[in-house]
Design a protein around this ligand. Structure first.
Ligand code: FMN
Length: 209
């Protein structure tokens, strides 16, 4: 196998073997590996490069248990080594200082900066608050997918969790009003083998035109 074929196979093998783990064993993820996973999240693409996310790493067992109670008792949470809570920014209108500073860092001339902000305004500002938060959450899901893939690439399991009461989790984490919990991502080592994987066939999901 040439090196490109090897890389393709390694990546697909990671995709095939990643699964939603329902309960982890008690092993801790080495700090280096956890940072590697978070780095994959940090480097993820986002609309306008605004990075509409923050990653809250919950290592405190009592806090994990509170979050689990707000998530229909899903054991993946309390048994994980580290629970990454992906939180979405709500202050993402063109008038928000956070957005201005994210775009300003590109170092554009004033007129070019204003041009980008006009496009941003047209794309983003007209949305209702709740839709705007969903827009940020979409970006969070991209970061989350990359973190799960990076984790599996180095032998670490995960489970994306959407089944939780976001208001309760916001409160447990004492999140600033500008943030809203988008997704829970527990990481660790699964205590069971993956279940059979079900996916539609390639030709069922792909259409070439
Ligand atoms: C956005 C999202 C939310 C999910 N929420 C939950 C959840 O709350 N609890 C859970 O056990 N699995 C959850 N899952 C896992 C899916 O059920 C799982 O990925 C799917 O059944 C495919 O199985 P696989 O990931 O093992 O291949 C979620 C997955 C995604 C992408």
């Amino acid at each position: 196998m040439d090196s490109k074929a090897k890389k393709k196979e390694q990546f697909l093998e990671m995709m095939r073997s990643r699964h939603a783990c329902k309960e982890f064993d008690q092993r801790k993820i080495p700090e280096d590996d956890l940072k590697y996973i978070l780095e994959a999240g940090r480097l993820s693409p986002s609309s306008f490069g605004v990075e509409q996310w923050r990653f809250v790493v919950v290592q405190n067992q009592a806090i994990k248990e509170k979050i689990e109670a707000a998530s229909w008792g899903q054991k993946q949470i309390s048994t994980s080594s580290d629970l990454v809570v992906v939180v979405a920014r709500k202050d993402v209108r063109s008038s928000d200082d956070y957005v201005k500073s994210q775009i300003k860092r590109w170092g554009l001339e004033q007129s070019a900066y204003e041009g980008v902000m006009e496009i941003y305004k047209a794309w983003v500002d007209g949305r209702e608050d709740s839709i705007l938060t969903l827009w940020s959450e979409k970006q969070c899901y991209i970061a989350a997918a990359n973190m799960m893939s990076a984790a599996k690439f180095i032998g670490i399991d995960s489970c994306p969790i959407e089944g939780f009461d976001a208001n309760k989790v916001n409160e447990i984490l004492n999140l600033d009003a500008n943030f809203h919990t988008a997704l829970l991502l527990p990481f660790g080592y699964c205590n069971k083998k993956a279940r059979k994987k079900f996916r539609l066939n390639f030709e069922d999901v792909v259409r070439f035109v």
